[in-house]
Design a protein around this ligand. Sequence first.
Ligand code: NAD
Length: 423
Amino acid sequence: MVEELNPFKIAQEQLDRAAQVMNLDKAAHQILREPRRTLVVNMPVRMRGGKVQTFTGFRVQYNDARGPTKGGIRYHPAESLDTVKALAAWMTWKCSLANIPFGGGKGGIICDPKKMDDTELESLSRAYIRAIGTYIGDDRDIPAPDVYTTPQIMAWMMDEYANIIRHNQFGVITGKPVEVWGSEGRTDSTAMGAMFVMREAAKLLKIDLKKAKIAVQGFGNAGMYAYTLSKKMFGSKVVAISDSKGGIYDPDGLDIEKLEDARKRTGSVDAYRGKNAKKITNEQLLALDVDILIPAAIENQVRKDNAGKVEAKLLLELANGPVTPEADQILHENGVLDMPDFLVNSGGVIGSYFEWAQNLTQTYWKTPEFYAKLDEIITKSFKDTVQTRKDYTGKGKKITPRTAAYIIAVDRVAKAMKARGWY
Ligand code: NAD
């Protein structure tokens, strides 16, 4: 049978698995299997040559029982409603696991930003905010950047929203430039959060991070900072890194200047030059004999067909959805500790929460305070997950860290819905 790779079906399957283990109330389960609100908008935009092109966009507000919905906006030619629904569901669990006062949401526009200039991107971004403006706000739904959207795009969106409501409301969008009250520390907060999780997981597995070998798939915002921070914070050796074109492996460890040089020359890290360096494919990277594997690129990378080849002791899902449910089970049976995406990459939304809280209170923090608060929240999420897994194992139910994290997150949302009288 072909493995199911529709992200929304995967998200539902993960929920079903947790619901069964935790004996979730049937009505709560039914509510949580579907988004509460799904918005599809079509936006005519005048392009540079004068022609009008119509773009389709989505905004999904999955669940707001615990607070305003929160989640990024993606610009991608292959964007689909099912992907946005899945990501909105995962945002719900991510915010709940971190115990921050948000529900989950997500947005996206079908477009190819690489083929658009800044004027066209600005027009499209403003059109999107006009289309969804009635449904967002700092106490309703708070967007942020995601795949191919930037702080500049967030600034245009925030400005368009101010035009609509006729006053500034900086907290309506996070991931803004600091000049318009974005937060110090937000840029690398996703990878920084993953580093705190890596520190705690390494303690659990008795991995000495100073001697650890790490492979990172992806050299974008998430992967690049995971690379630099693991070297800077722990002195770990990153021996492999990749991008969409391919990867590079050097047993002596990779050098940031040479990586950037390769990217400048050819557009890919696989042109890296080093005495013992050799080119590898993305598939080979996943199967390297390393201590820690960090998929930080795209979804469905570790699947039923290659999960058995993973040699790492610890897998940190920095990307969203890099491990399929069947692969999850295989990793678990093979003794690989696979820490789920909605824990590992929650530093991004925790950082967004800090930005929103600063905007609302009009008080601004310095980076060390931001990192210390991030450490406290994400380390607590990690410990809660490990403890829940232990508790269930004690009851004779062997569960994965993902299911344990789901149980915590779903339970909090279900209890909030119950208290509000939704079921
Ligand atoms: P990005 O666009 O900056 O970088 C993506 C990287 O993945 C690039 O190096 C690209 O070349 C590589 N890539 C693309 N297709 C690939 C393929 N088929 N095989 C191998 N590599 C491939 O994106 P990002 O912001 O770094 O996000 C990466 C992942 O992390 C996504 O799943 C995203 O949802 C998740 N994430 C990011 C953040 C954040 O703050 N940046 C927050 C939460 C989750």
